[in-house]
Design a protein around this ligand. Structure first.
Ligand SMILES: [Zn+2]
Length: 193
């Protein structure tokens, strides 16, 4: 899937997560940082390709991207598996603990959860594409849904752009609209300074 689809999918997953497991009292800083972490998580697994936004935006990023991609076994390999998720989770935890002193109003556990929700949404979305995802590495099988490969989405083609992406936008909007009071209540009474 393209980065744009992953962004919206991560936001949809974040909305579902917040509705399913409503957070307790938390700060505005936590809410904003969690949204940012969720969006970063949503595209994180694609750092295994040199064209990833992170590499593209660095001066000699493509070069590093190629080396990094080779180290993790190429696109849709290690970074697109459950062990990859565990490593992303560990790295994010260490980074958040390191940053905690300069952001004392941020609940890093909630931010960490939001990041992982983003990463998992990425794997779920890529499972809908023709290539599939090696969820259970080191087992060398790529899983996809639906199981028949021909029925799956081709990245960047019309099914993704005309059905999947607008579908996700409609789903997220619908979730927010139908749960408007719950979400408004969460924002108004749970977010503190
Ligand atoms: Zn991907």
């Amino acid at each position: 899937m393209t980065a744009r689809t992953h962004d919206v999918a991560a936001l949809a997953a974040f909305t579902v997560w917040v509705l399913a497991v409503p957070p307790g009292k938390t700060t505005v800083a936590t809410g904003l940082t969690a949204l940012l972490a969720n969006q970063l998580g949503g595209i994180a697994p694609d750092i295994d390709q040199p064209t990833a936004p992170m590499w593209r935006n660095l001066p000699i990023g493509r070069y590093f991207g190629k080396i990094f991609g080779a180290l993790v076994g190429g696109h849709r390999f290690f970074c697109h598996s459950l062990i990859g998720v565990a490593v992303f989770g560990l790295a994010a935890k260490v980074l958040l603990q390191f940053l905690q002193p300069i952001m004392p109003h941020v609940d890093i556990d909630f931010v960490w959860g939001a990041f992982l929700v983003g990463v998992l949404s990425h794997l779920v979305m890529d499972s809908l594409t023709k290539e599939g995802v090696p969820w259970l590495l080191p087992l060398p099988f790529k899983f996809g849904f639906p199981p028949i490969r021909a029925w799956r989405v081709t990245t960047g083609k019309w099914v993704e752009n005309i059905i999947v992406l607008p579908g996700l936008i409609v789903l997220t909007t619908w979730l927010c609209a139908t749960n408007y009071l719950t979400l408004a209540d969460l924002i108004q009474s749970n977010l503190v300074r």
